[in-house]
Design a binder for this molecule. Sequence first.
Ligand SMILES: Cc1cc2nc3c(=O)[nH]c(=O)nc-3n(C[C@H](O)[C@H](O)[C@H](O)COP(=O)(O)OP(=O)(O)OC[C@H]3O[C@@H](n4cnc5c(N)ncnc54)[C@H](O)[C@@H]3O)c2cc1C
Length: 418
Amino acid sequence: MKVVVLGAGVVGTAAVWYLRQSGHEVSVIERQPGAGLETSFANGGQVSPCHAEPWANPATPFQALKWLGKPDAPLIFKWWRYDPELWVWLLRFLANCTPGRTRINTDRTLRVALYSRQCLQELRREVDIDYDAKTLGILHVYRDPSAFAHAIKAAELMAKLGLKREAKTVAEALAIEPALGDAAPELTGAIFTPDDESGDAHKFTQGLAAQAAAQGALFCYGTTVTGFLRDGDRIAQVMTDKGPITADAFVMTLGSWSHVWARQLGLRLPVYPAKGYSATLAVTDTAQAPQVSITDDEHKIVFSRLGGRLRCAGTAELSGWSDAMDPVRANAIVKQARSLFPRAGDYTGAELWAGLRPTTPDSVPVIGKTRLKNLFLDTGHGTLGWTMACGSGKALADVISGREPEIDMTGLGIERFG
Ligand SMILES: Cc1cc2nc3c(=O)[nH]c(=O)nc-3n(C[C@H](O)[C@H](O)[C@H](O)COP(=O)(O)OP(=O)(O)OC[C@H]3O[C@@H](n4cnc5c(N)ncnc54)[C@H](O)[C@@H]3O)c2cc1C
């Protein structure tokens, strides 16, 4: 079958890989000059099923109220802008903040994330991609005892759903990651997920794209999707600035832009961008920068050691499709990173970056068929696109190839939005 994948972020590129492995003739349309240059470029680097608790959970509305009016808060939404898309998205988000919905959405996300981590491990055994991978686990650290208590409860739920997580004392956390020494007096406890991983999503995406190209996938870089030609309940052609392209099947992996193009096709796909920031610094004292990936849960900042660099990333801003950098929010990341690892490296020379997480109101990605018979979705991965890319791509390649996916796809499709 001839399949065209729209978008070569980490999610699109993983889909390309598994489609090619399934024997399809695959072409990729990507507006950038290479793969993984938008949201997949400088993310937090964590392969983290441990983050499967959705943003929409019972605690978030109260936390968001506390953060209201603070420009450097971990989560802000610009509700005063005229943006009906945001308001509708927020209403759907609030509807998902009940304990029952949180449990369902955690289960769905964890199902994809655990499968995906396994697919990534298998893929690593098959192909050699240097992406500064570390398989040392992820350690969540807490200052506030009540936040730690809440986290232990969430960890218990995830343990029931199959994710191994262990509560640790501060001394045990220090034994796992000695670079936490400077911050230790402020910490209350930690939760360790020994099987989670980290690595550079951009390097991985570029490496996987090169491997897929070597196996015959055709990457059309510098080519922008401009529209679609419909033929009844099918897509006949995708229109691009380089001309129309015909295929048997189309896969939409356009990140935050999926929403815009799905709407043009008459599909209601509530994917809204949640802008986040990262700072990447050169490590100058290797013993003072963590090797184990760290999450500072209260400030919503993650840390990944990528070779000689330390990536610090986080915060969420619901303010539309612009990736323009707000210096206050970018510097909030640097400030918190410095408080945890003051001697890790040169913070004044940190490279700052902003990207748009394609976020659904229930924090669950959208993978599978649509009512257009030859259009498939693999998008809306929000905070966990790197974590879930391989599993989503493999499951979707199975759907397109007419095979039963290895995971239960219930609740992952667009039909859940009505
Ligand atoms: C600050 C931050 C930290 C994060 N940390 C983590 C983390 O630690 N772990 C994790 O798992 N996830 C993390 N994420 C989330 C993760 O980065 C995203 O979920 C993931 O990158 C989304 O991948 P994608 O392929 O769906 O989107 P993208 O990477 O945005 O890819 C979409 C592609 O579509 C292309 N495109 C768009 N429109 C068009 C068009 N009209 N024509 C042609 N091409 C087009 C774009 O150029 C782009 O390459 C983080 C995100 C941010 C912002």
